[in-house]
Design a protein around this ligand. Structure first.
Ligand code: FAD
Ligand code: SIN
Length: 533
């Protein structure tokens, strides 16, 4: 079955919703369909805690300082022009979501600005430790009031439509690949819809679920990047997977693991080793507030040295009322596990948190495929380089949603919908195969990535990961060809693709830089040849 629309957006996080709202308001006559694979409130955005980094207090802070902090965290690989764009345009975008109803905590006179690792000034706007939840709420409310946005929940995008689906042979070097929309599974009735659109935007978020321990919700399976890769779009810098230093250690196991925001360290909490001693001064002058790659690696090292399963975050010296006012969710979560943050050290471990790499886009959010844009965590814009500065991702999503909407409203009238695309071919598929095979393969992917492609890597480990992923790939492709489509199977397939891309990019980067550390090449190279897949 076919459905046509002017604009097709895949994903209902900050990137997808902001873009939908802006485009809808600028051009009320355009038809905008936004599909999202579960309910629209579920996204990485919803779980953001710390906040949005933006230069707000111009007396103390400056664009230049935010730019320098971002470049420093990015360890030599940021695109300086993109950094400047995001930092300078960011505050206006923040003001817009405030105007749309987003609340941020205030002091007497202005917004209360938080501190996080790698920032040289207080510049994080936040709503307690529920910033993402508040942003998601405000955006959904705003989108609901826009008549030309149709949000379709429980629609799972399967593949992007290109000339390949019209029978042409497309490879990674084919010039002028075009995107005509996407196939999506209606999870409620099993129908596969062919969405035909003038422009398509992938805003499908991260891929944290490739690891066993991740702060990302279970929707974060890298679908957008995997779809774009299959469509032969340019993907970049996938080796830079960010581990957050302080996820709550829970011996009972949880997926996702609960985050203890970096803002807690910004508020004065201190990292301690298993014996209760401070250790961060051995690694960086900024101690517990060094950039994330440094802190996560230091924790990993301390854990390996001592054999401990976790380290500690000490909040016991902090004011209880202030702590509770700022971090009520974290406080309540700890208490529910019998940890009183005001009396006990909080046990923490690093966990996969953010994909710095993704679909390569330009200053307008355009991908290497015509009529296809990408926005948010699924992209590589050049902002984060080899390591994202804390709280820069919500900002990036808003800035690029704005730029993409400008490009769309300027150019969409010259684009025709391409209609000669076949509906999904179900031929050759039989009864659903045992679900347990999918679940088992999923566990294996997570084990492979966690064990061989984690915070510290080596050639031998990467080779093992590569070989094992190869086997899983073959098995899963066979299953995919012979089974009816299920979201679980599609996600497994995408997770294997993402794992492959991360492992391959890691193997190609023969140096240690930012989030990529390998014992075989512990130093940085002078000349950087960006990884292009
Ligand atoms: P998401 O918000 O993840 O939205 C992706 C959407 O795409 C979802 O609706 C999903 O269901 C949908 N989708 C995915 N695949 C498909 C498919 N196949 N078909 C249809 N729909 C699909 N960043 C900050 O800047 N500050 C913070 O304080 C902060 N804290 C964080 C805390 C946590 C616990 C986590 C996990 C992340 C945090 N981040 C933070 C990172 C930030 O939240 C994300 O990078 C950002 O929200 C990503 O937004 P997005 O719109 O790109 O993707
Ligand atoms: C946090 O609150 O520590 C997360 C911030 C981020 O990921 O940017």
């Amino acid at each position: 079955m076919k459905k046509t629309t002017d604009v097709l957006i895949i994903g209902s996080g900050i990137a997808g919703l902001t873009l939908a709202i802006k485009t809808a308001h600028a051009r009320p006559e355009l038809n905008i369909i936004l599909i999202t694979k579960v309910n629209q409130g579920e996204s990485n955005t919803r779980y953001a805690q710390g906040g949005v980094a933006a230069v707000w207090n111009h007396e103390k802070d400056s664009y230049q300082k935010h730019i320098e902090d971002t470049l420093d965290a990015g360890d030599g690989l940021c695109d300086e022009e993109i950094v400047r764009i995001v930092v300078e345009e960011g505050p206006t975008r923040v003001q817009e979501i405030i105007d749309w109803g987003t609340r941020f905590d205030k002091d007497e006179h202005d917004y209360n600005l938080g501190m996080e690792g790698g920032h040289s000034e207080y510049r994080i706007l936040h709503y307690k430790d529920l910033t993402g939840f508040e942003i998601q709420r405000a955006l959904m409310e705003k989108a609901k009031n826009s008549k030309n946005i149709t949000v379709l929940e429980h629609f799972h995008a399967l593949d992007l439509l290109t000339q390949h689906h019209r029978g042409y042979n497309i490879t990674r070097v084919t010039p002028n690949i075009e995107c005509y929309g996407a196939y999506a599974l209606n999870k409620e009735n099993g129908d596969i819809i062919t969405f035909l659109a003038k422009v398509t935007i992938v805003a499908s978020g991260g891929a944290g679920q490739i690891y066993r321990n991740t702060t990302n919700p279970i929707i974060a399976t890298g679908d957008g990047v995997a779809m774009a890769y299959r469509a032969n779009a340019r993907i970049e810098s996938m080796e830079f997977v960010q581990f957050h230093p302080t996820a709550l250690y829970n011996p009972a196991g949880e997926n996702p693991v609960f985050l203890v925001s970096e803002a807690v360290r910004g508020y004065g909490a201190i990292l301690r080793d298993f014996n209760g001693n401070e250790f961060m001064h051995h690694y960086d002058d900024r101690k517990s507030l060094a950039p994330r790659d440094i802190v996560a690696r230091a924790i990993d090292n301390e854990m390996k040295k001592s054999g401990a399963e976790h380290l500690y975050l000490d909040c016991t010296h902090l004011d209880k009322k202030g702590f509770y006012d700022h971090f009520p969710t974290i406080y309540d979560k700890c208490m529910s596990l019998g940890i009183d943050p005001m009396k006990d050290y909080i046990p923490v471990v690093p966990a996969c948190h953010y994909s710095c790499g993704g679909i390569k886009t330009d200053e307008q959010g355009k991908t290497s495929i015509q009529y296809l844009y990408a926005c948010g965590e699924c992209t590589y814009t050049g902002l984060h380089g080899a390591n994202r500065l804390a709280s820069n991702s919500l900002l990036e999503a808003m800035v690029f949603a704005h730029r993409i909407h400008l490009d769309i409203i300027q150019n969409i009238d010259h684009i025709q919908i391409t209609k000669d695309l076949p509906d999904w071919n179900k031929m050759g598929t039989n009864e659903p195969k045992e679900m347990v095979l999918i679940t088992q393969s999923l566990k294996e992917v997570k084990e492979i990535m966690s064990f061989y492609v984690g915070i510290v890597r080596s050639n031998v480990r990467l080779k093992r990961a590569f070989d094992r992923l190869g086997l899983l790939y073959e098995e899963t492709e066979r299953l995919y060809r012979s089974s009816p489509i299920s979201p679980q199977l599609c996600e497994l397939r995408n997770l294997i693709t993402i794992s492959y891309l991360v492992t391959r990019s890691a193997a190609m980067r023969r140096e240690s830089r930012g989030l990529h550390y390998t014992t075989d090449y512990p130093n940085q190279l002078d000349f950087i040849d960006q990884t292009i897949l």
